[in-house]
Design a protein around this ligand. Sequence first.
Ligand SMILES: Cc1cc2nc3c(=O)[nH]c(=O)nc-3n(C[C@H](O)[C@H](O)[C@H](O)COP(=O)(O)OP(=O)(O)OC[C@H]3O[C@@H](n4cnc5c(N)ncnc54)[C@H](O)[C@@H]3O)c2cc1C
Length: 388
Amino acid sequence: MSGAWDVVVVGAGSAGLPSALSLAERGLKVLVLDELAAAGQGQHKAAIGGVRATFSDPAKILLCKESLRVFSSWSEVYGDDVGWKRGGYCFPVFGEATEKSLREILPLQKGAGLDIDWVGPDDICRLVPGIVTEGLRGGTFSPGDGQASPLQFAVACERAARSKGVEFRYREPVTAFERSGDRVTAVVTPKGRYPTEKVVLAAGAHARQVGTLLGLELPVTPDAHEAGITGPVAPFLDPLVVDLRPGPEGRTANFYFGQNREGQILFCYTPKELFVGEDREATSEFLPIVARRLVSLIPRLRHLLVRRTWRGLYPMTPDGMIIVDAVCEAPGVYLAVGLCGHGFMLGPGLGRCIASLVVDGRPTIPPEAFATVSFYRDFRQGQQETLT
Ligand SMILES: Cc1cc2nc3c(=O)[nH]c(=O)nc-3n(C[C@H](O)[C@H](O)[C@H](O)COP(=O)(O)OP(=O)(O)OC[C@H]3O[C@@H](n4cnc5c(N)ncnc54)[C@H](O)[C@@H]3O)c2cc1C
């Protein structure tokens, strides 16, 4: 490849960081540009760090299986601690309809090689100590899933990428692309002009705006989600727990939480009415609602001390699936956008897929799975992932 850089990655977040690393591991000279001051300062650091492959969509399953391999072996392969904890994911179930839908996707998940099964109420009580038992029917448990620290991962991934020769330039918003015909020839920021023939767009919540600079209409619209973290308590909870029930207050859909290796509980819920836009001001209603949900599920947690809450954005697509593709209208441009609510866990698998698209001209996943993440799919036809 000619040009000063083989590839310029726009965005040093959940998609851009592992993509840059994978591209460098494939022998390419990579530059990463980000408008913020450091790695992972966009939505990446808003994630609570859940990592699982137990979805119902084959593309997500395959990409996240690869991510799980990367997260779980990170310290041996790259040397840094990324806070990996293999505690599994647990979906406790209280309703007949939820039991039916979770049981229905088990054959697909097992067929994809996932270690997941239905377990009875006693097992759920062992996995989630203190959980209320009234109406508890059992649930699913996938022991191979886990959690990692987005903050530690951003630092570690940037360090690993730098060690492979990747250059990072921060506080450099990409404002234009120079082109010759359809092809990109350089990426432009207020501080410089960076010659390249290949560009990976990994601009998260700003994907639509960056796409516009290339005349692309990227269907990515951010909506806001809140999370929080407590002070540390003695380790008692191995899995990340997802309660799929809507909240009794009428404002929330599912709700999920887990305990990190430092003993802190991280928690989130999905609002029933989405907050579309880029407003990242924390709301006053989040903590009272989430605290009630947490305590009503595990009453012994009423003594927890909450340290802070925050609000971040999901870069959403109309069908809730990511967009990973090579752009036909602009050869040399690749998309790693629309990561929705699962960008942290998708990142490393997605990064390898992008590197394969750039270097080998084909994705790491089979064509029928790739079709569901393609930029050229019909976004109106898509199915929302069963497991949010
Ligand atoms: C409360 C909350 C909890 C979450 N929990 C989880 C979880 O447990 N597990 C999980 O997998 N996911 C989780 N997520 C989702 C996850 O955070 C996102 O899906 C993911 O971070 C999106 O990655 P991204 O690379 O698309 O965007 P980002 O990580 O935001 O990266 C995009 C980067 O592009 C840069 N950029 C944008 N425009 C430009 C420009 N013009 N020029 C230069 N740089 C630019 C931005 O500064 C940013 O650094 C959570 C999200 C929230 C809000």
